[in-house]
Design a protein around this ligand. Structure first.
Ligand SMILES: [Fe+2]
Ligand SMILES: [Fe+2]
Length: 233
């Protein structure tokens, strides 16, 4: 299976024609993964444009939302607009295509390994990290439900710090959490893609040596590649 993946489309009301240009040639793949920040500020008109642009391509699309898609508090409406156009939206859920299982969620913050923010002290800090923990549990339960021999994890936030290299280190706790990598490792995930870190690096590995690709279109083009990343599974 040839898998194409792209994050951070940041579709705006005036992006008509531009998104289909970014995705030119993507029909060669068997499936397209969208790793969040689908819209720029979560407006319905931005999603309308994105769905029209995606209508120019004829392959299954699997998507997770990003933080930008939450900006105007329309997230459920946006996700339902996508579902009504047959896009497989993953929100702590799964989708199977042949013998490949896709499991995804937006992900969230908290940092990495021994530098993770701990849920200690003030309620605000505990609530912040609890949002991460809740999403990790939903992702891991979904991954556990897959019986496919190969599993692909799709996130918006990064599950490892290696693919953040290039971003300011002070920002790392707000760019992802290694708890998502740990959960996907425990469930035998084959490969993980994410976006969000526009200035990050294209690839790294989890503790289990699972490949992780930062498919943010800004990273891909900065490394001289097409805006979307392709790999075979
Ligand atoms: Fe983004
Ligand atoms: Fe983002």
């Amino acid at each position: 299976m040839r898998i194409a993946a792209i994050g951070d489309l940041h579709c705006q009301a005036d992006s008509r024609g531009k998104i289909r240009e970014l995705l030119r040639g993507v029909n060669e793949a068997d499936v397209l993964l969208l790793a969040g920040d689908l819209t720029n500020v979560g407006l319905l008109e931005e999603m309308d444009v994105l769905l029209d642009e995606l209508g120019h391509f004829d392959l299954p699309v699997v998507a997770v939302p990003g933080n930008h898609d939450h900006e105007n508090d329309n997230i459920e409406v946006l996700l339902n607009m996508m579902r009504s156009r047959s896009i497989h939206v993953l929100d702590g859920t799964t989708f199977e295509l042949g013998d490949v299982g896709f499991v995804g969620t937006k992900g969230f913050c908290g940092g990495f390994s021994n530098l993770r923010i701990q849920p200690f002290g003030e309620r605000a800090i505990k609530a912040f990290i609890q949002a991460t923990l809740d999403e990790v549990v939903r992702l891991e339960n979904a991954a556990m439900s897959l019986s496919c021999p190969r599993k692909v994890g799709i996130l918006h936030y990064s599950p490892i710090s290696a693919t953040l290299e290039g971003e300011e280190p002070e920002l790392f706790p707000f760019l992802g959490s290694s708890l998502f990598a740990d959960a996907l490792d425990r469930q035998g995930t084959t490969v993980i893609v994410h976006g969000h870190a526009h200035k990050g690096s294209p690839e790294g590995k989890t503790q289990n040596n699972t490949p992780v690709y930062n498919v943010s279109r800004f990273v891909q083009t900065r490394f001289g590649r097409r805006p979307f990343f392709c790999f075979d599974l």
